[in-house]
Design a protein around this ligand. Sequence first.
Ligand SMILES: *[C@@H]1O[C@H](CO)[C@@H](O)[C@H](O)[C@H]1NC(C)=O
Ligand SMILES: *[C@@H]1O[C@H](CO)[C@@H](O)[C@H](O)[C@H]1NC(C)=O
Length: 410
Amino acid sequence: MIPVFLLALVVAVKVFKKTTPNGKITVYLGKRDFIDHLDHVDPIDGIIVVDNDYLKGRKIYGQVTTTYRYGREEDEVMGVKFSKEIILAREQIVPPAHHEDKQDLTAVQDKLLKKLGPNAYPFTFKFPPASPCSVTLQPGEDETSKPLGVEYVVKTFVADGADDRGHKRSSVALAIKKLQYAPPSRGRRLPSSLVSKGFTFSQGKINLEVTLDKEIYYHGEKIGANVTVNNNSRKAVRNIKVYCVQHCEVTMVNAQFSRHVASLETREGCPITPGASFTKTFYLVPLASSNKDRRGIALDGYLKDDDVNLASSTLIAEGKAPNEAMGIVISYSLRVKLNCGTLGGELQTDVPFKLLHPAPGSGDAREQKALKKGKSQERSRYENSHYADDDEDNIVFEDFARLRLNEPDD
Ligand SMILES: *[C@@H]1O[C@H](CO)[C@@H](O)[C@H](O)[C@H]1NC(C)=O
Ligand SMILES: *[C@@H]1O[C@H](CO)[C@@H](O)[C@H](O)[C@H]1NC(C)=O
């Protein structure tokens, strides 16, 4: 016999669901975030349940589309479009077009099929290789048009044939995200940079060395930068500025821009005596929450979610050039700038680092969750629901629409 206290700790499976406006069809997905592991991407695995006698010979199709918006809607004139929509996959789900092998089903599909009965049908879609990750560029405070970025939507509709697009009342669209996570090891290399500057009308140089305490940071973690300034000059450093810079490359239009997502300024240690050096560790925490309403900041997926974070660094599979990655390529650097006065100019260096989520299930992932705890009511409530033993089969259903305000309504 299993002791009662053990039963209470059985972890529930969380499932997202959404029903068509006419209430006849419900789509279930085991997750909303799908991970690109570089050598493979999580399959989009779901279940569709249809009311008895509703179809009357019609079929249910499913498709995955991606929308890549690389220019503003209001700048679209004379039929020029700054977005591209691609259907990545389309398939007949009901009646099943091909026999789905039982061992090909994921654990969630298996569980749902058992629970939801004979009118439940599994479906599986795959992201094509090299499909870009979900990114949203934050619109300005008073902007109402569609944000720039890469979005994915799973849609199902009822139709007589594959060319028929179906009706809204029997269709359902679920916005999903494709994300990348940090590799299991964060690496041992400490990114570092050393630059120096001479001056036209005065002798000697100022040297600046910056070393970061990690190569890969997790969202919410503080970045420690050791800054050493060596004074062999007669110039005065007015101040030291430290920035976290988010670099964003919009591939389709070959546009590149950078935004400061965290910064600090100090006069500490100035002036530095000749021949001497000044060393200090500066800390910055780049967060989406401290960049609210700032136009053009790149975020992971859409922004109305409570735990939205800055866009993760884009990871490129080995042997691939970064420009082969369609979509929006994100990278980060820590920038240190010495202001040497009007005549002296500036001495600046950038040290690249990566900003990512820890791989789910890793010890680091649990640590990061603990870090976030208390910050978001919604999130802790959601986490608790994992342990709620209120469902006989330990499946917790959550309405898909509730957390997604930007759903395409077509
Ligand atoms: C930064 O400086 C501190 C104090 O000098 C030192 O203990 C630490 O190892 C340094 N870290 C890096 C990454 O260089
Ligand atoms: C370097 O030393 C000179 C004195 O020789 C001083 O005038 C100058 O302000 C110092 N520079 C910095 C960067 O502190």
